[in-house]
Design a protein around this ligand. Structure first.
Ligand SMILES: [Zn+2]
Length: 86
């Protein structure tokens, strides 16, 4: 994930609330006859993929770059009297 502002290109009202959807790999051994799972490894996060981001306002889901590009096109207006992120 990049440390850059996001802006939802779908609802255009959300820059704050998001969810990251990542892929995990988890190894397991199955019993060949009964089908029961016998060993389960710790989940490993799959690397070097562009993260998938979901807007928690409208549930729009897309690659992280869509949200970053939209924030670059329409940056949040910052005024000197209100420099916080509120
Ligand atoms: Zn949205």
């Amino acid at each position: 994930m990049q440390e850059k502002p996001y802006y939802c290109p779908n609802c255009r009202s959300n820059r704050v609330k998001f969810s990251i959807i990542s892929s995990y790999s988890q190894r397991f051994l199955k019993d060949a006859l009964s089908g029961t799972i016998q060993e389960l490894s710790e989940p490993l996060q799959l690397e070097d993929q562009e993260p998938t981001i979901q807007c928690l306002v409208c549930s729009y889901t897309a690659n992280e770059m869509r949200f970053i590009k939209q924030a670059e096109r329409e940056p949040r207006a910052m005024t000197p009297t209100n420099p916080s992120y509120l």
